[in-house]
Write a protein that binds this ligand. Structure first.
Ligand SMILES: [Zn+2]
Ligand SMILES: [Zn+2]
Length: 107
């Protein structure tokens, strides 16, 4: 046996479950045996957009970014990936802020 002892009912690596990275390996969320969310059926707690699980980066917004960003100058909001440093709308280089990170929840 390797070091991964989750018990005999451990399913194969499943992005619905193994979305918490610990020491380089994906580990299940606490309590995942109780409630398995439908794959692809998660939405962001903050913006209610559907989330996609990326094995490399975790949960991402429809535009591909983990973070929704906003522009203090023009009010632009989006989650492009990679994260821009210049506002895609008004071109301001100092007004982009992180708004929130993707937080999966069941709709
Ligand atoms: Zn969001
Ligand atoms: Zn802007």
């Amino acid at each position: 046996m390797s070091g991964n002892n989750f018990g005999p009912q451990e399913p194969p690596q499943d992005p619905r479950i193994f979305n918490r990275k610990v020491n380089g390996a994906y580990r299940p969320l606490a309590g995942f045996f109780n409630a398995l969310p439908p794959i692809g059926g998660m939405v962001c707690h903050w913006c209610k957009q559907p989330l996609t699980f990326d094995p490399q980066r975790g949960w991402t917004h429809p535009e591909g970014g983990l973070y929704v960003m906003y522009c203090k100058a023009c009010g632009w909001e989006g989650a492009p990936y990679p994260s821009p440093t210049t506002c895609p709308n008004c071109g301001d280089t100092h007004s982009l802020r992180d708004k929130h990170a993707a937080l999966p929840e069941k709709p």
